[in-house]
Design a protein around this ligand. Sequence first.
Ligand code: PHE
Length: 457
Amino acid sequence: MNTSYAPRQWSSRFAFLMAAIGSAVGLGNIWRFPYLAGENGGGAFIAIYVLTLTCIALPILIAEITVGRMGRQSPINTMRRLVAEHRALRVWMLIGWGSTIGAFIVLSYYSVIGGWTLKYIELAVSGAFAGDTAASSAEQFGVFVGSPLQAGFWHTVFIGATIAIVAGGVSAGIERSVVILMPLLFVLLVGLALYAVTTPGFGEAMRFMFAFKLEDVTPGTVLAAIGQGFFSLSVALGAMMTYGAYLEQDVSIGRSAVIIAVVDTIVAITAGIAIFPLVFSFGLEPSSGPGLTFITLPIAFGSISGGVVIGTIFFLLLAVAALTSAISLLEPLVAWAEETYQITRRRLAIMVGAAGWLVGFATVFSFNYWSDFFPLAPLGLMVDKTIFDVFDFSVSNIVMPVVGLMLALFAGWALTRETVVAALGAERARWFSFWRFMLRYIAPLGVISIFVANVLM
Ligand code: PHE
């Protein structure tokens, strides 16, 4: 194993928090959460989300960061080391491989969507939304994603930026960019939310998001909340394990994880407060999923005065959120490569990133050349899913639940109580027993229930 690479360590707890919050806050917060909340009972969904986040995703997040800090390496080598040191079963190494490969796959398509956000900054700046109607906005989006050249170009720019940051290393690359980008993101978001408060649709938007509609709550609501919590906290794709590996022993993981979860949730709710008043002010449809961001909102930006500025800020916000998440998706594999080969990080970041760039074209083409190609249909599986859909479905419904479950079982059952207490250091606080109980019993049951429901239903 190569050990000649530059030391990888956050220079402060603040740097770690910005990087981890940067990973957590992403496309999942800004378009997916508000839309899910509106569709699934508003305030009732938010209450269920907070409850399941606390009982399932948060305990696993603490476990993931802790495991990372115990191994101090990339997820693959961290798991290899812990399995050897604790004479655990080799199957636990699936946590390392599964999460790293999952992160690479997500990176490939996340970058394509990141490219969309860049294209939309350009459209917003140039006033292209002016006078948009539902039909023209949908067409504008269709023409863009329908063009392999256009979508491929912006995907290239986005992943190029991701590579450039990761190539700089943990402190000179990742840390230096997140400590600027994350505060920028908060300022943009608060600015947008303050603007939204002044629009006529504000009251209706608040009722849509926060009314406690218990009648809209179904078993599916609970499952959606659990799945969203996982994705939103970046659990089970190795990102948080890798970031944990660069963390000092004296930082409290429990407290940090709570901060990450609280900020992530506040950002998600604030995003809803920023978006829905615009949607309602123009009598638009709040429940259009991915189209909400790229089709519905441009109509609003095209009609309001100052829409050029507001639209630009919005897509800039989205791009920043996506970029800081993409960094954390590239880092696990680059970290492993750095430990494995006598090659500089710069070169490795370019090589791994170029591979992600290439795989990303499968997603670019899923919206044009290959939009009717359903790769798993011959096997009778996922018959109407493009390559992009297959990637997205497999990671969210298979890789994340399986790795998340294994993390809970590994830290909750395979490692002894004493080992985990020692790993958490001075933190043997009151929450320890509560956390360990959640990790051993509640989180596994929760994950198994999403898994069974998603795959079988
Ligand atoms: N948490 C990110 C989001 O909400 C997605 C992500 C998942 C990023 C896993 C890294 C790892 O968009």
